[in-house]
Design a protein around this ligand. Structure first.
Ligand code: TGC
Ligand code: FAD
Length: 393
């Protein structure tokens, strides 16, 4: 099955007027990339639970990895609106494809750039930017998902190396990653980041089978059995839970934009289908109930677009807080999920087939609404911001 239909972008409030020519150019480049390299194949990849490894190099060549990273290390040196627009376009193609880019850029390149040594930056960042190597991010453990501070994976100081023991679960890209940024506790219970390389003795990354969501993205475990990690592989410039959570802020921001990409794709499909499909001798678009669905979709997409744009500006000016990001991730993913369901309904029975992308998007969004902080965890982050009372535990 191919998904080759034309996509018409949605811009009811002329938000394009707020974008620079460079930002529009970047969006256009990634839109073309998705149209050529992802959309024609995605339904097959999804059905066969296949991650196309060759897409990593292609993404690197297109400048998709590390858009915010300093150009001295092979990054794009771009602003945050540009980064968001890249994520929007990729997720219009598929959430799994956006996931690959989120992990590489926000969860692997960002911590190496922000917390790593100069040697680590020179060693890893150019190769990650070009797609020569792929990274993954190990925070979640079998018994510590929403509460990563409880993690039990541990680092023991053995003089010139650390011994790493424990396991991580639900790790995007882990079975094929060349390096893993892993979070573990030292003897003082302080969380530290380490770079673990594929092939280190005692390290394995088995694949997680049976996923009904995000099927074009590989997910797996990270298992550490007395892995000797050289001291040079510790991220030296930040520790504590705030270090991994700082990376999550970057990725959650990207997801806010990505969700808009999905919502636009579903709305575009629903609008076109409703104008073509006839029942009772009329296009179904002529019925008020269908118009209500379309009008509400457009309203929510427009609100979500404005949230993203403003959030990007707040990040660029340094005025953003984590709860600003939680609000946008939480809102936009929920909006996208509702729009995917409504668009599916507008397609009637056809909507459940892979002639159309809504079911795939909908199933993908069940992961997106869970990872990077569940929907309810983001609500609690906002509750804490409003009241000053953390209700997590
Ligand atoms: P809490 O006591 O609130 O905070 C501990 C320290 O962290 C600081 N902090 C942050 N720093 C940066 N960014 C943030 N968003 C931060 N949130 C908190 C905080 O200031 C404090 O610093 P310090 O210096 O005082 O120690 O921590 P808590 O244990 O009560 O937890 C709070 C909670 C529940 C919000 C947090 O644990 C959380 O966000 N949980 C959700 C876990 C999560 O999102 N996991 C995601 C795993 S990665 C993933 O899903 C990748 S999917 C990728 C893909 O395929 O796209
Ligand atoms: P739990 O934390 O067990 O939560 C279960 C339910 O309890 C949720 O509804 C939650 O909202 C609720 N809950 C938990 N605590 C509270 C509370 N205090 N108050 C109210 N409700 C609460 N992790 C990584 O580290 N790296 C990755 O690359 C990565 N990729 C992923 C890819 C996929 C496809 C998926 C599905 C997950 C991925 N994750 C990754 C893990 C993801 O971040 C976790 O699944 C998520 O943080 C939730 O943790 P959990 O699954 O253990 O659920």
């Amino acid at each position: 099955m191919t998904n080759n239909r034309d996509f018409d972008s949605v811009d009811f409030y002329n938000i394009d007027e707020l974008l620079t020519d460079e930002q529009k150019l970047i969006r256009g480049t990634v839109r073309d990339f998705v149209t050529k390299e992802i959309s024609p194949f995605i339904e097959d990849w999804y059905e066969n639970s296949h991650f196309p490894l060759e897409i990593v190099k292609k993404m690197g060549e297109t400048g998709i990895f590390g858009p915010n990273v300093d150009q001295r290390y092979g990054g794009g040196g771009m602003d945050n609106i540009s980064y968001g627009l890249i994520m929007q376009e990729l997720e219009r193609g598929d959430s799994g494809m956006r996931s690959t880019a989120s992990v590489q850029s926000s969860l692997v390149m960002y911590p190496i750039e922000a917390y790593g040594s100069e040697e680590q930056k020179k060693k890893y960042l150019p190769k990650l930017a070009s797609g020569e190597i792929l990274g993954c991010f190990g925070l979640t453990e079998p018994d510590f998902g929403s509460n990563p501070g409880g993690m039990i994976t541990k680092l023991e100081d053995h003089g010139d190396y650390y011994l790493l023991n424990g396991s991580k679960m639900w790790i995007s890209n882990s079975p094929i990653a060349d390096i893993a940024v892993v979070w573990a506790k030292d003897e003082n219970k302080r969380i530290k980041g380490v770079i673990v390389e594929k092939g280190m003795e005692g390290f394995s990354a088995p694949k997680t089978e049976g996923k009904l969501s995000l099927r074009s993205s590989l997910t797996g475990e990270l298992v550490f059995n007395d892995v000797k990690v050289p001291k040079d592989n510790i991220l030296p410039r930040k520790d504590g839970l705030g270090a991994p959570l700082g990376c999550l802020d970057k990725a959650r921001y990207g997801i806010s934009w990505g969700a808009v990409g999905v919502a636009m794709d579903c709305y575009d499909c629903a609008k076109k289908y409703s104008l073509e499909r006839k029942q009772f001798d009329k296009p179904i678009a002529s019925f008020q109930l269908v118009q209500k669905k379309l009008a509400e979709m457009l309203t929510e997409i427009t609100k979500a677009q404005l949230l993203c744009w403003r959030l990007g500006k707040l990040i660029d000016s340094g005025d953003v807080t984590s709860s600003h990001i939680s609000l946008a991730k939480r809102n936009n993913v929920e909006v996208a999920l509702k729009i995917a369901r409504e668009a599916r309904q507008i397609h009637g029975g056809m909507g459940i087939t892979n002639d159309f992308p809504m079911m795939r998007h909908m199933m993908n969004l069940e992961s997106v609404i869970t990872y990077e902080g569940t929907h309810d965890i983001h609500l609690l982050i906002l509750g804490n911001e409003i009241t000053g009372i953390p209700a997590f535990s």
